[in-house]
Design a protein around this ligand. Sequence first.
Ligand SMILES: COc1cc(/C=C/C(=O)SCCNC(=O)CCNC(=O)[C@H](O)C(C)(C)COP(=O)(O)OP(=O)(O)OC[C@H]2O[C@@H](n3cnc4c(N)ncnc43)[C@H](O)[C@@H]2OP(=O)(O)O)ccc1O
Ligand SMILES: O=C(O)CCC(=O)C(=O)O
Ligand SMILES: [Fe+2]
Length: 357
Amino acid sequence: MAPTTMNNPTNLIEFVMLEGNGVKGLSEMGLKSLPNQYIQPLEERMSMIKVVSQESIPIIDMSNWNDPKVGDAICDAAEKWGFFQVINHGIPIQVLENVKDATYRFYELPSKEKVKYTKENSSSKHVRYGSSFTPEAEKALEWKDYLSLFYVSEDEAMATWPYACRDEALEYMKMSETLIKQLLNVLMKRLNVSQIDEKRESLLMGSKRINLNYYPICPNQELTVAIGRHSDVSTLTVLLQDETGGLYVRAEDHHSWIHVPPVSGALVINIGDALQIISNGRYKSIEHRVTTNESNTRVSVPIFVNPSPSDVIGPLPEVLANGEKQIYKNVLYSDYVKHFFRKAHDGKMTIEYVKID
Ligand SMILES: COc1cc(/C=C/C(=O)SCCNC(=O)CCNC(=O)[C@H](O)C(C)(C)COP(=O)(O)OP(=O)(O)OC[C@H]2O[C@@H](n3cnc4c(N)ncnc43)[C@H](O)[C@@H]2OP(=O)(O)O)ccc1O
Ligand SMILES: O=C(O)CCC(=O)C(=O)O
Ligand SMILES: [Fe+2]
């Protein structure tokens, strides 16, 4: 298809979404300029003027995670930044390399294979391949393809996840379990929750979703975004990024942005809205965004650690025990997630849905 036909919205949606070519397919057409549908309003574009280079999120060595100093560093970072990187986290580097390779393997499949996993075609509602975030609700599309895999059980994943990336995604998920439990244990201790019983385990990590994100080379980096401003709706997110860079988190001044530099072997951890709600605002789910790149393809692999969809989430009694005012209502987690997915990315607005006025 000729690159110029991509300025017709119907042709573009058909090619990218319905035929399963994704933005990867667009990028590989060798477009000289960005199709209009991807041009973001001025206020949503990323300007380097807004980036502060003097600040950076903490890098925490997890070798002695039981050491109170490490625990303090994790909790302080969760309160102040909502984002930190961990090194010596116990997940073998090879497992991380394998899942990045598997991401490329999936996206390199012909579109007729990938299209089998779109919302319209997927035989499982737990497996979804798509492009942008919520195209029906967005003013401008995002320069991103994703494969989203909701974990129910090993058997179900073996039967339904795409073969090209199934084993590697499962291995990464399995190997991250210990790290996730260590982080949640430490974070709960500061909230006076001494032990994570079965009910609390469901609330904190009752469901998991792994996304394989693919951000192809983009013809006009400054006009669009790879992912717009948002906060995750998870309890916490464990994010593997490659060496390209492009992830920015909101600085404390609420205006500027801080780059999260790729650190070899590290994982990025961020607090999601569910934990901000559960902790009554003590731990912060920080707005973040991803820029596109004119020279390199980028991949990232977040594991979203979530409450179970059927859990009611709200500030924990231990947090309110000292008479602290409750600032968030109780909400069924699946209602919260549906609210998130039905609108375009809008920064920190999702949590307003449950704020007590
Ligand atoms: C994709 O780009 C993204 C994604 C993100 C994600 C950030 C996160 O924090 S993901 C964590 C999400 N939470 C969970 O995974 C909890 C488990 N959720 C579920 O099991 C279900 O979705 C449910 C909450 C129980 C709702 O189930 P159900 O009532 O059966 O409805 P669904 O059809 O599953 O979904 C409702 C609504 O949401 C849309 N949706 C669901 N999953 C996804 C997905 N992975 N990607 C995109 N959209 C999704 C779905 O289309 C439905 O909308 P309709 O309009 O069809 O009603 C961060 C940044 C990104 O760029
Ligand atoms: O690609 C990244 O670095 C971040 C991805 C992200 O924010 C998300 O998938 O929610
Ligand atoms: Fe995110």
